[in-house]
Design a protein around this ligand. Structure first.
Ligand code: ASP
Length: 327
C-alpha cells in the first residue's frame, strides 16, 4: 500500500503563474492558475498550497528568499513530506541555491517554473509543476539538497543555470549534467552530490555586489564600490580567473578597506583557478587576497558570499566557506 505524501506547494509568481493577454503580452494574474490545481496526483499526494508571493522573479530579493526558507523550516516541523516552490525562471537558480545553502532539512525541496505562461500553446507550467511534485514525493529524493526540476530533468540547485532566454530546455548543469530524470510517475537518479553543512541564518545583509570583467576593463566600476557600505564583491574574472591590469589598483583599494572579494570565472563551465602568473593573472589575484570560489557562477557565488556574511563569517572562516565546492 502506498502512503499518501503531504506536499506543500509554495507559489511565488513568475511566468508559471502568468498568462498572455490579447496583445500577446505576458502579464501577472490576480489568481494564480497553477494554485488552482488541487487534484494533481490525487490519491498519491495530499497537496497543501501557500500563495506566498506573486512576483516576477526579477522582483525577488534575499528578503523573500529568507521568508521562503523559514516557511519550509516550519513545514518540516509540521510534518510535511516534501516541498515544491514555483518561481520565475530569471532568478530561480539564486533562490534555489539560497535555500540549498540555508536549509538544514532533509525533506525534498524542489523548485520549478515555466518558460511559457499558462494559456500559451505548449505551456510547460502545469507539466513542470506535476513533475516537481512527483520528485518531491519520491523517497529517493530525500537528502539530495534543493533540486530544480524542469523539462523532465532533475538538477542540483548548486550547479544548475538558466542558459536560454526562451527555450523550455533552458535549465542546464554545464559541468556534469542533470543528476536524474523524471520518469512516468517517479524520479530516477544517476548521481548524487557530495553535501556538507548548511549555514542557518536569521537575517540577510545587503550591499553584496557582482561585477563582470571584460577586455580593456579599468578600475571605474570597482571605484564606485569603494565606500563604507560595500559588504562584499564577487568578480566574474576572465577565463580561469584573471583580470585586466588596469583594474588592479582599484581592486587593491577595496581589499585595503577589508571588503571581501570573491573571484569566479565568467565562463559558464569549469572552475576558477590560480593558473596564470602575469600582471592580473590568477596567481597575483590570489596573492593580493581575492578568494577563489570553485564551480559556482557569479550569481551563485554572490548568494554564497551574502549567506556567509549574513551568518557573521569573516576572515579564514569566510574563505573556507567560499572555497569549498561541496556546501
Ligand atoms: N521573467 C519571468 C520571471 O522570471 C520569466 C519566467 O518566469 O520564466 O518571472
Amino acid at each position: 500500500m502506498t502512503t499518501v505524501k503531504k506536499i506543500l506547494a509554495i507559489h511565488t509568481g513568475g511566468t508559471i503563474s502568468m498568462s498572455q493577454n490579447d496583445q500577446g503580452e505576458v502579464v501577472p494574474n490576480a489568481q494564480n492558475p497553477i494554485a488552482q490545481q488541487e487534484t494533481i496526483l490525487a490519491g498519491r499526494v495530499e497537496l497543501f498550497t501557500d500563495e506566498m508571493f506573486n512576483l516576477p522573479s526579477p522582483h525577488m530579493t534575499p528578503v523573500e528568499m529568507l521568508q521562503i526558507k523559514e516557511r519550509i523550516d516550519q513545514a518540516e516541523k509540521d510534518g510535511i513530506d516534501g516541498v515544491v516552490i514555483t518561481h520565475g525562471t530569471d532568478t530561480l537558480e539564486e533562490t534555489a541555491y539560497f535555500l540549498d545553502l540555508t536549509l538544514p532539512s532533509t525533506i525534498p525541496v524542489v523548485v520549478t517554473g515555466a518558460m511559457r505562461s499558462s494559456n500559451e500553446v505548449g505551456s510547460d507550467g502545469l507539466y513542470n509543476f506535476q513533475s516537481a511534485i512527483e520528485v518531491a514525493a519520491d523517497d529517493a529524493s530525500r537528502g539530495n539538497g534543493v533540486m530544480v526540476v524542469m523539462n523532465d530533468e532533475i538538477h542540483t540547485a548548486r550547479y544548475v543555470t538558466k542558459t536560454h532566454t526562451t527555450n523550455v530546455a533552458t535549465f542546464r548543469t554545464p559541468t556534469f549534467g542533470p543528476i536524474g530524470i523524471v520518469a512516468k510517475d517517479h524520479a530516477v537518479y544517476f548521481q548524487k552530490l557530495i553535501r556538507e553543512d548548511t549555514c542557518n541564518i536569521d537575517h540577510v545583509i545587503d550591499h553584496v555586489y557582482l561585477i563582470k570583467a571584460y577586455a580593456g576593463m579599468d578600475g571605474s566600476l570597482f571605484d564606485f564600490l569603494d565606500n563604507d557600505e560595500t559588504a562584499g564583491v564577487v568578480i566574474e574574472g576572465l577565463g580561469a580567473g584573471n583580470l585586466p591590469p588596469k583594474t588592479l589598483a582599484s581592486v587593491q583599494r577595496l581589499l585595503d578597506r577589508q571588503i571581501p572579494l570573491v573571484l569566479v570565472s565568467r565562463c559558464y563551465n569549469g572552475v576558477a583557478e590560480d593558473i596564470y602568473d602575469y600582471e592580473g593573472g590568477g596567481i597575483e589575484l590570489r596573492k593580493m587576497g581575492l578568494m577563489l570560489c570553485q564551480g559556482l557562477n557569479g550569481q551563485k557565488a554572490r548568494i554564497k558570499l551574502l549567506v556567509g556574511l549574513s551568518a557573521g563569517l569573516q576572515g579564514a572562516e569566510l574563505k573556507q566557506f567560499l572555497s569549498t565546492a561541496v556546501s
